[in-house]
Design a protein around this ligand. Structure first.
Ligand SMILES: N[C@@H](CCC(=O)N[C@@H](CS)C(=O)NCC(=O)O)C(=O)O
Length: 310
């Protein structure tokens, strides 16, 4: 969805996005993580102080309650800094970062950018008008877009080696899988699914031209047929018998791949069994961190499909 929507699709999509957004907004209102956490500073330093000071205090005055309170304070995990994320709910590029941020415990504070990506304020910060976009003071220009670059940056910054291995050879495989996805698989997925999703297609492509609908449908079919080959490469080469590209745990490349495959439901693409099992395994491993953002994409797809059959 790199281009702005045409008036018609934009209106329809905005409507459905608003529909999709509702349940998620409700869930977000229930979940204390994003909004509440963003108001508070990171708790790391004070947690350390409490952890050190607690045993002494309990040894003397020692009532059980104090000891319990001290233990509780000790057990509390240090909260990682909040990240500010501008995002679009129906998008799998955005889903990627939303899943990663949750799985990494980064407490994303999310702003829905639907309808705002071309506003003068947004363009002044991000002339590419693309989401996902994070804001971070440490960045030379204050913002960063491109889903894979965002995950790489955050993983580097917070030492999240579990998702993005430090060892150069292992890291290179994760990078290769992500570049292969963005450069080869994703364009096929976009050409195959965007017409059904109601997203604008890329300039210069048949789908974006005045060509006869038959020609457009032919192009869409060709793109759909082309998906199988790179998909198999992820299985046979990158996974190579392992549960995930990252080994026994999903890496950022796995999050990027699983999120991308979500779009294929809109055309009822017959995923091979390994891919179905793989997506289920990622969702099982990451739990709510995956299911919540995936719910927005799935909700949008369900809406689009219901419109098509109505
Ligand atoms: N390769 C980019 C693609 C980003 C992208 O295409 N973003 C779309 C949503 S899927 C967007 O924000 N479009 C809004 C616009 O162009 O105005 C990534 O992985 O982040």
């Amino acid at each position: 969805m790199a281009k702005a929507a045409t008036k018609g699709t934009k209106k329809a999509a905005a409507k459905s996005a608003a529909k999709v957004a509702k349940p998620a907004a409700k869930a977000a209102a229930k979940a204390p993580s994003a909004t509440k956490a963003s108001a508070k500073p990171a708790a790391k330093p004070s947690a350390k102080v409490t952890a050190k000071a607690a045993p002494k205090a309990t040894a003397k005055a020692a009532p059980k309650a104090t000891a319990r309170a001290a233990l509780k304070a000790k057990a509390k995990p240090a909260r990682k800094p909040v990240i500010k994320l501008s995002m679009l709910r129906p998008s799998v590029n955005n889903m990627t970062v939303r899943v990663f941020a949750r799985a990494a415990g980064l407490d994303p504070s999310e702003t829905d950018a639907w309808g705002h990506t071309r506003s003068p304020e947004f363009l002044a910060r991000n002339p590419a008008h693309l989401t996902p976009m994070i804001e971070d003071k440490g960045l030379p220009r204050g913002v960063l877009w491109e889903s894979c670059a965002i995950m790489q940056y955050l993983a580097n910054k917070h030492g999240l080696d579990k998702f993005y291995p430090k060892a150069p050879a292992k890291r290179a495989m994760v990078d290769s899988a992500m570049f292969y996805l963005v450069g080869t698989l994703y364009p096929y997925v976009a050409r195959a699914t965007y017409p059904a999703l109601g997203f604008p297609q890329y300039a210069g492509e048949v789908g974006c031209s005045d060509a006869h609908p038959d020609k457009k449908s032919e192009a869409q079919k060709a793109a759909t047929a082309a998906i199988a080959e790179p998909l198999e490469v992820f299985h046979s080469f990158f996974r190579d018998g392992k549960p995930f590209i990252g080994g026994s745990n999903p890496s950022i490349a796995d999050i990027r791949l699983a999120a991308t495959l979500e779009f294929l439901a809109v055309i009822d693409y017959a995923l091979p069994n390994w891919a179905k099992d793989y997506m289920a395994a990622i969702e099982k491993k990451l739990g709510k961190a995956y299911a919540e953002p995936a719910g927005d994409v799935r909700g949008y797809i369900a809406h689009v499909k219901s419109q098509a059959t109505a």
